[in-house]
Structures are given as structure tokens and as C-alpha cells.
Design a protein around this ligand. Structure first.
Ligand code: IMP
Ligand code: MG
Length: 178
């Protein structure tokens, strides 16, 4: 375990179990549809690659990178598209792939953004969710695991761009950021 990690919340094995189950459900739900997975950079990279390997129906992938304005670690709801998707969404069934939903501001923005691009449907798939932190009440269609209000790292999740490469999800020691 990394020295900055307080404890491991989800082991590599547990993550793989969760991801397999989500992929199975998605493969059933999107049978006969025009599935496009859109990963939110950078946090979703590991989840996206594990998830797509387990999806058994045809799908395409794309990525979008956004940043939210605002002070500190809180997102403000004013979101800026840093790197846009590279294709039209008309007629596509978009499934947004995200690492963690906190306030919901980011996904609230992106869902509307994709709907405005005429996607046939827009749904959300997230590895983690912190329901106690929600500010915007958005429907989340697939949730890997609900977590308490603690700062988590690894499996794509960062603190100041560090720890994304850890293969497990752990809780960051508060001494690192306080
Ligand atoms: P939201 O707009 O508040 O829902 O912001 C969600 C984004 O905040 C996620 O995509 C993460 O990048 C980041 N985030 C929220 N909580 C955590 C955490 O515990 N660890 C790492 N990143 C987090
Ligand atoms: Mg993120």
C-alpha cells in the first residue's frame, strides 16, 4: 500500500468484480442500441479500459476533458470544455463514464451538453458516488459503489495529479492535504 494511503477501500479484486457486473448489465440494457462510451478525462481512464473489455456488445468510445472553475477542491458548476468529443452525437446512445460523482455539477453540465448535441439518449455510469455531497440531483444509471465523504485516490483518481496509477482505491491520509 502507498505510504500516503490511510486504508484500502476497494481492492483490485473487488473493483474487477464490480466492473464485471456493471458491464454485464450495460451489455444487456444496450442490446440493439448504438452505444457510445464517453470517458471523462482524466479520472475515468482505468475504469473505462476495464469496463470496455467486459462489454460484450458492439460499442464505440470517445473522450471529453472538462475543468470546473472555482476555488480549492470544490467544483462550482461552471464547467469549461478543455477537450471536446470528436464526433457528432446524432442518434447515438451515449453512456458517460466517470470516476466519481461528488456534487454532481460536472455531470449535470455534461449531460445537458450532450443532449444539446442531439444524442438519442444520455446516461451516466460512475465507478464511485458520494451521495452525501450531492448538490445537484441528477439521475445516475449505473453506480459501482457508494462511498462515504472521504477523499479517495487511485484507480484513476488523483490528489494534485498524483496517485492515479494505484491499482486499488484507497483513502488519502488527511495529513497529506491539511
Ligand atoms: P463534481 O462536479 O463535484 O461531481 O466533481 C466530481 C469530480 O471531482 C470527479 O470527477 C473527481 O475528479 C473529483 N473528485 C471528487 N471527489 C473526489 C475524491 O474523493 N478523490 C478524487 N477526486 C475527487
Ligand atoms: Mg473527474
Amino acid at each position: 500500500m502507498h505510504k500516503d494511503c490511510e486504508y484500502i477501500m476497494l481492492s483490485e479484486q473487488k473493483i474487477q468484480e464490480i466492473v464485471s457486473e456493471m458491464a454485464k448489465k450495460i451489455s444487456e440494457d444496450y442490446k440493439g442500441k448504438n452505444l457510445l462510451l464517453v470517458g471523462l478525462l482524466k479520472g475515468s481512464v482505468m475504469f473505462m479500459s476495464d469496463l470496455m473489455k467486459e462489454i460484450s456488445i458492439d460499442c464505440a468510445i470517445d473522450f471529453i476533458c472538462v475543468s470546473s472553475y472555482g476555488a480549492g477542491t470544490e467544483s462550482s458548476g461552471r464547467v469549461n470544455v478543455v477537450k471536446d468529443i470528436s464526433q457528432p452525437l446524432d442518434g447515438k446512445d451515449v453512456l458517460i463514464v466517470e470516476d466519481i460523482i461528488d456534487s454532481g455539477n460536472t455531470l449535470n453540465f455534461i449531460t445537458k451538453y450532450f443532449e444539446a448535441k442531439n444524442a438519442a439518449s444520455v446516461k451516466i455510469c460512475t465507478m464511485l458516488s458520494k451521495p452525501s455531497r450531492r448538490v445537484v440531483d441528477i439521475p445516475v444509471d449505473y453506480v459501482g459503489q457508494e462511498v462515504p465523504d472521504e477523499f479517495v485516490i487511485g484507480y484513476g483518481l488523483d490528489y494534485a495529479e498524483k496517485y492515479r496509477n494505484l491499482p486499488y482505491i484507497g483513502v488519502l491520509k488527511p495529513s497529506v492535504y491539511s
